[in-house]
Write a protein that binds this ligand. Sequence first.
Ligand code: 3H9
Length: 695
Amino acid sequence: MSQAVEYEKLGEIAILATNNPPVNALGIDVRNGLWAGIERAESEGARAVLIYGEGRTFFAGADIREFGKPPQDPLLPALCDRIEASPLLVIAALHGTALGGGLEIALSCHYRIAVPSAKVGLPEVNLGILPGAGGTQRLPRLTGARAALDMITTGRHIPAPEALELGVLDRVLDGDPRQIGLEFATELLQSNAPRRPICELPAPEGIDFDAAYDTALRKGRGQLSPAVAVRAVQAACEAKSFADGLARERQLFHDLLASDQRKGLIHAFFAERAVSKLPELKDIAPRDLHQIGVIGGGTMGAGIATSVLLAGLSVTLIEMSQDAVHAARDRIAANLSGAVKRGKLSQKEHDEILSNRLGLATEYSALGTADLVIEAVFEDMDVKKQVFSQLDDVCKSGAVLATNTSYLDINEIAQATRRPGDVIGLHFFSPAHVMKLLEIVVADQTTLDVVATGFALGRRLRKVSVRAGVCDGFIGNRILNTYRTCADHMVLDGASPYQIDNALTEFGFAMGPFAVSDLAGLDIGWAARKRKRAAGFDSGVRDSSYADKLCEAGHFGQKTGKGYYIYEPGKRGGVPNPDVMPLIEADRVAQDLTPRVFSDKEIVRRYMVAMVNEAAKVVGEGIAHRPLDVDVVLLYGYGFPRFWGGPLKWADIQGLPQILSDIRRWSQEDPYFWKPAPLLEELVAKGGCFEDLNT
Ligand code: 3H9
């Protein structure tokens, strides 16, 4: 018998209890155990079999770590068919999350009971595959094609009460899964309930599958799995037999399993879990976190405060004047009202937060009891240093002093205090109460327990926290600066911002770089250019004037209704601003540049290769410890298409030798293109890839 599945017989009921922590994934041991358990139950004269999971959950799905490795029998689809075909009455008792192959096992059972807190779902599309153990054939026979398509193409985790309404569950009952399962099984046996194999139910009625396919493709922005899953559900409705439908599902599953998107999405799944597990923090306890100080109540400070309040902590926010205090409170209240509207917060909780957990003050002395203070004031080194020296005076010993700077030198900021070991960067992304990414920037003297406290706060705020080192822009903004510059260079050389934006959204980015600039505000780039001009541009950067001209005319992007695009109130997205191309053309003339034609393919390749090269430098210099840290930053903070897994996973999939050869060629042809990153050269020389550095 397998170690992972324990067999027990209680009267006429055989019990198969799976214990495969942490999530009872259906790896080979579990599959063997379930198969053997069914056979034994049949041979020992049981009348019913109860399947449930020990620990925190029913099966959370196939063991994702097995994908891409040689398959081992019994495969999950065969196991599901074996369970369904058993002459015994098979009952599943669900708790936790019955996902993917886990729900497929449950659908192969003849009856399903769950505790009210259980969730069920078929989230395979999020891993670049589709339910491959009969889920696309059995679920629609229970719920109808439309509801099944909704579950399968979104991967949504459905709460037990909703699953009961949809017909996925037969009963929802509070209690211990084993206990409620046994009671249900006993009741079914006593009433001589029949076996109910779903494969014997009639095929569901079809819908307009071509329309559903197109919708899934459009919503997926290039992600294939939801659209391909539509075709599998179509087979449930249209195939001649259940077996034919299963065969079609199998074929589509294998197509997706072999795809690059599956590799990218599974990399993203494991990378986002690995990113905050730092070996150096293994035995380090974080400091206590109850009372958080925030300095600055602008969009960023108010967003940070909102995020902290939503996590159940208390905030003291400091602003410079009473007027600014009121404005900050209004911003936070508006953010919290948004959370109420989105159903994330009740009105009662909203009121409680504002009256009991948010303190506002104009004096730094109000921060005397704070466990951690996050500064979110103007991006200017002198201002930041002043803030930190004041914090040094008022904060209690052991308080963590954090800056939300997006590019300034945190070592220098730390020197403004007598406790540089307590200083850290916590780089939130705007809007801070919405965006999931948090860069935790570790300065030279930051102590390990302060780093651990940063990660503890990130966990508390439900952020994806990534460790970064100190440099201009840390991981994300430093890489952004390079690929954004690459886009600017292509504009000067002949591409239009609109062609670039279109090519990159076709590649899968949520938005192109020029639409992103409009969203962030063109004034931000304008200020940065002025600063750089004052400091003297470095040799790798070409100056241009067209974006300045837009700003000089008062066009800052979405917030003024005009930038690279023109925005109409109430309409999503914008239309190209006809003033932009003449400004660009004038710039090219002034710089004596002859525009050339770029193909969309070259645009994407240059942009991506520039990004990968800078990312390789970031890893090579130790700013990011692992390639996966870069991937997660770009996925969560910069709209990078998840199905590519991040820029360095993309690079591995494309092949590093070709990328290096493109960089060498372009840097020879174009004096402004970047020289190859030493790490990239090193990896190519030894035939390695970025994945090798992720362990
Ligand atoms: C499938 O079923 C295909 C079939 O249709 C067909 C096959 C033929 N496998 O997320 P957490 C690990 S595809 C292996 O931090 P939470 C995870 O890496 C599958 N490992 O916990 C982590 O490890 P570590 C369809 C898995 O409470 C640990 O468990 N199913 C798997 O925040 C804890 O995970 C899914 O897509 C797995 N399937 O969330 C569900 N799942 O500690 C994927 C988790 O070393 N899983 N691990 O970092 C989830 O969505 C969440 O893990 C879950 C728990 C909601 C279950």
